[in-house]
Design a protein around this ligand. Structure first.
Ligand SMILES: [Mg+2]
Ligand SMILES: [Zn+2]
Length: 189
């Protein structure tokens, strides 16, 4: 049976924004995140993380570090009873110095490449899709895939909220954080 899905941004939404995350010790998950993910789990809603990690292509940090951070993140959350169904990351950046990843790919948000992968890997109810993130990139992704778009006021979100009036693509809703976003989503599915 197809399931609703929440596509969740990583930096500034799940963990504290630390600019380019160049050390695993800089990775700190917000306190409210395990509860938010658990609520999705018990309501049979897919929790899928989509994250741009263009710093790999730009040579700011290694892919190995990103993989280690993701392993730690998924382990920390699962120890607290919160299951991320899948995580997809884009390592690319146009004109990045990396020999393989310095390209204009089709997966860097707001492009829909990671969403298309998820669509193949899971049985998704495309009428019940949500995107939650702290940047307009996430909101634009939501627009591109036809999802309900929630901007959160963590990470870059408060600054982005000030710019909403200037933007043609606007969030459907602005919430204080991922937990508040999930509570709102639960009323809609
Ligand atoms: Mg972000
Ligand atoms: Zn990419």
């Amino acid at each position: 049976m197809s399931r609703p899905v929440v596509f969740i941004d990583r930096d500034g939404t799940i963990n504290e924004e630390a600019g380019y995350m160049n050390h695993i010790d800089s990775f700190k998950i917000f306190d409210f995140v395990p509860q938010a993910i658990r609520l999705l789990n018990i309501n049979n809603i897919l929790a899928i993380v989509l994250t741009n990690q263009g710093g790999i292509a730009r040579g700011y940090f290694s892919e190995e570090l990103v993989l280690n951070i993701h392993k730690k993140m998924l382990e920390d959350l699962s120890q607290r009873g919160a299951l991320i169904d899948r995580l997809y990351y884009c390592p690319h950046y146009p004109k990045g110095s990396h020999p393989l990843y310095g390209i204009d790919c089709d997966c860097r948000k707001p492009k829909d490449g990671m969403f298309k992968k998820a669509l193949k890997d899971f049985d998704i109810d495309i009428k019940k899709m949500f995107v939650v993130g702290d940047k307009f990139t996430d909101i634009e992704l939501g627009e591109n895939i036809g999802a309900y778009k929630i901007l959160v006021r963590t990470g870059y979100g408060k600054g982005e909220e000030l710019e909403i009036g200037k933007r043609s693509i606007k969030p459907d809703e602005v919430c204080d954080n991922l937990l508040m976003a999930v509570l709102s989503i639960l009323k809609k599915v």
